[in-house]
Design a protein. Structure first.
Length: 107
């Protein structure tokens, strides 16, 4: 079962601002090849980091308000939020080890 929750413009703030753990938001789209490549990596991370990190997915084609608010220009873009504030931005599909290394300081 997936640990990753899909959010939209209406539910984004509620999920990000009320989280008691850091939240990694995956900005993606159906047509994005690298987004599909990184999806299984994010699933693994979500399961391994359950209770320490929450992962959300936001489809940029369907949710323009949030996409514009955070100036997402290319996908996949991963933004890490802590206490409701963006802390880190990772752009592009990366291997699991590299992703975890870049996120380690925030977990």
């Amino acid at each position: 079962m997936s640990e990753i929750v899909a959010v939209d413009d209406a539910t984004f703030d509620e999920h990000v601002k009320t989280a008691d753990v850091p939240v990694l938001v995956d900005f993606w789209a159906e047509w994005c090849g690298p987004c599909k490549m990184i999806a299984p990596v994010l699933e693994e991370i979500a399961q391994e980091q359950a209770g320490k990190l929450r992962i959300l997915k936001l489809n940029i084609d369907d949710n323009l308000d949030i996409t514009r608010r955070y100036d997402v220009m290319s996908i996949p873009t991963l933004i890490l939020f802590k206490d409701g504030q963006p802390q880190a931005r990772l752009i592009g599909a990366k291997p699991k080890g590299q992703l975890m290394a870049e996120l380690a300081a925030f977990l």
